[in-house]
Design a protein around this ligand. Structure first.
Ligand code: R1P
Ligand code: URA
Length: 333
């Protein structure tokens, strides 16, 4: 059975189901836990209240693989949504859930991340209380480098870096030393911080400390990148990424930076633009230490996901929400 969609501006099917998440009004709670993987969504659904006799939790997997599970936690309706990876997927999750829920919403992301600097260490819960910055690889940097080098060729100038190439192999970290290169542009564009909801930040820090102990909870700034590799400062030889100095520059510019992952910025940016209708924050389990190059033993992850999920669910059911319909039609958001 193939659904038919109407409204190219915000497609929904005949039942009112959204195009990518495939849910409709009545299937999603205003309190949402967004997690990266389907496995994590299923794992954390075991924390929900057992359904009444003869009932099951609501489960829906969309044609695009987004899983929504709705039930109750401590008696309050909540949904757990597998968001997959990256900012475009978080965009689907926030906008399409906004469209099928009435009134104010709270969304907490529980992810995994890299710990950028101490005191954040492997296995800690890193909370984006200071908000998030976005890091985007800027392709124009390379385009301009290429056009500069072809100009040099046309003018008969010799390559001065001795690489003999197109000027893109001169090894400058983050393009800084070649200030004039690429029109003074940098290879990575870093967006200004977007704040997290302060109420959620306070509640989540308290709940996380109750679950794992305050010594394993670190509050600070998050960074969300558009790649696991280049824009997170992971280096290699296959691509000309110009990112050797990126992590150092980020930390110098943002001394409170603790976590580096791929979705929180999009969540906080949309919440900020939701005309007050969404409260949001992100928390992640530190899976990698970028300063020591250590990676968490994977067998330890499930326990940490349960700990983080418990803190997030407790927070979601505690945060007060304005149950009046939002001031604007959700289709405007
Ligand atoms: C990359 O491996 C993925 O892990 C992190 C990143 O944000 C990215 O989505 O989070 P999740 O574990 O929630 O997917
Ligand atoms: N997820 C990320 O995006 N980065 C890391 O370093 C670890 C998990």
């Amino acid at each position: 059975h193939k659904p038919t969609y109407k409204n190219a501006n915000f497609p929904t099917d005949a039942e009112g189901r959204t195009y990518h998440l495939g849910t409709k009004e009545g299937e999603v709670a205003p309190r949402i836990l967004s997690v990266g993987s389907v496995g994590r969504a299923q794992l954390l659904s075991t924390l929900l209240d057992p359904p009444a006799a003869g009932k099951t939790l609501f489960h829906r997997t969309s044609s695009r693989g987004f899983l929504t599970i709705t039930g109750r936690y401590e008696g309050e309706p909540v949904s757990i949504v597998s968001t997959h990876m990256g900012m475009p997927n978080m965009d689907f999750v926030v906008r399409e859930n906004r469209a099928v829920v009435r009134g104010q919403m709270a969304i907490i992301r529980l992810g995994t991340c890299g710990a950028v600097q101490r005191p954040a260490k492997l296995g800690d819960l890193l909370i984006a209380s200071h908000g998030s910055i976005g890091i985007r690889r800027d392709p124009d940097y390379w385009t301009l480098l290429d056009s500069e080098s072809s100009l040099e060729h046309t003018n008969g100038h010799k390559q001065s870096n001795g690489s003999g190439g197109n000027g893109s192999a001169n090894g400058h970290a983050n393009g800084h030393s070649g200030a004039a290169a690429a029109g003074g542009r940098k290879p990575y564009a870093v967006a200004l911080p977007v704040p997290a909801d302060p109420q959620l930040a306070a509640l989540l820090s308290e709940e996380a400390a109750r679950v794992v102990g305050a010594a394993r909870v670190v509050q600070g700034l998050n960074a969300s990148a558009d790649s696991f590799y280049s824009s997170q400062g992971r280096t290699g030889t296959d691509f000309d990424d110009r990112n050797e100095g990126l992590l150092g520059e980020l930390v110098a510019e943002h001394p409170d930076l603790v976590s580096l992952e791929m979705e929180t910025f999009q969540l906080l940016d949309l919440a900020r633009c939701s005309r007050g209708s969404i409260k949001a924050i992100g928390m992640c389990v530190a899976l990698a230490e970028r300063y020591s190059n250590a990676f968490l033993e994977y067998s330890k992850l499930e326990e940490l996901e349960i700990a983080g999920g418990t803190a997030a669910l407790r927070t979601l059911v505690r945060v007060p929400l304005d149950r009046q319909a939002p001031a604007v039609a959700t289709a405007d958001i």
